[in-house]
Design a binder for this molecule. Structure first.
Ligand code: XMP
Length: 304
């Protein structure tokens, strides 16, 4: 386990040494990795750090507002790229293609900001499992190896690259970040796009976002490592006395140490029943709710 009392001052010195008196940019997603990284980099660089949050429209309910609040003390730039992402994903149903498109567009949008801000350095919250999984090519992770091509950074600083997720949380606590951040679940770079099987549309995004909010409200208190809703396909159901062709929502809740392997969280039947009933009644277009009982392996945690 990392020793935060040693790690924090060392990381700050290292960032300062790497960036010198220059300007650096960081993509802040609100996740624990980029938040810790931004907090360290802000301590190291102060006003020479430009944190940028790209609103891809693939985020969870209220996420942009929460990030704005949590980082109000930094000069945070919020880029509204919702339309660009939905347009880029139109007609695309292959999972790897979706990951590639969201990853590349994210970099392009971020690159535009880097150019505008005329920064020299890039600070990234890459952690150790990101590097291993990318090397093993289990899935293309959108936050690794995606160096902006058009912007010639003088250097890239990755202060967390030897840490596991639980170590990053430890640093977050030691830095005094609020529990909403230090204990926050991981959220994939491509966001809700990999929690929708097949093509991403505004309608599906709306439904999976609402379902996810209910899942979080009901399952977070059961202390999962990660929990979320995914939208599968359409199936037949009956609402009122009428047969409907409604969406199928899958609920996922897992225990894990670092996301490399995962066990299914054993939820009580009461909790499961309540989630099914809330999702099916509060979201009119959902006809069926299922609970994913597959560990990783053989399933991955995300659906795509
Ligand atoms: P999988 O689905 O590969 O996920 O079992 C393992 C962990 O990684 C998260 N994940 C990602 N995180 N960019 C990220 O930063 C990504 O592209 C990405 N894909 C998956 C996932 O949520 C889980 O915690």
């Amino acid at each position: 386990m990392v020793n935060s009392e040693e790690f924090i001052p060392e990381a700050i010195v290292e960032i300062r040494k790497a960036v010198g008196g220059h300007r650096a940019i960081i993509a802040l997603s609100g996740g624990v990795d980029s938040s810790v990284c931004a907090a360290l980099a802000y301590q190291a660089l102060g006003e020479n750090l430009y944190p940028v949050y790209v609103d891809t429209g693939l985020m969870r309910k209220g996420e942009t507002e929460k990030i704005q609040q949590a980082f109000h003390y930094m000069p945070l730039t919020i880029v509204d790229a919702k339309e660009r992402f939905v347009n880029a994903l139109k007609g695309v149903s292959d999972p790897e293609e979706k990951r590639k498109i969201t990853g590349e567009l994210f970099i392009r949008v971020f690159e535009e900001e880097a150019k505008l801000k005329r920064v020299d350095f890039l600070v990234q919250g890459t952690i150790y499992p990101d590097i291993i999984e990318s090397e093993g090519q289990i899935k293309s992770h959108h936050n690794v190896g995606g160096l902006p091509s058009e912007v010639a950074f003088s250097g890239v600083v990755e202060p967390l690259k030897y840490l596991y997720k639980d170590e990053v949380r430890e640093i977050a606590r030691a830095l005094g970040l609020p529990p909403q951040i230090s204990e926050r679940m991981p959220f994939p770079g491509p966001g809700l796009a990999v929690r929708i099987i097949g093509e991403v549309t505004e309608e599906k995004l709306h439904i999976v976002r609402e379902a996810n909010e209910i899942v979080e409200q009901e399952i977070l208190r059961c202390k999962p490592w990660q929990t979320f809703a995914a939208l599968i396909e359409k199936g037949t159901g009956v609402k009122g006395d009428v047969r409907v062709h409604g969406w199928i929502i899958a609920v996922r809740a897992v225990q894990s140490r670092d996301g490399m392997t995962a066990d299914v969280l054993e939820l009580s039947y009461d909790v499961l029943r309540k989630i099914a009933s809330r999702i099916a009644s509060e979201i009119p277009d959902v006809a069926r709710v299922v609970y994913d009982i597959t560990p990783k392996p053989p399933a991955t945690i995300e659906f795509e």
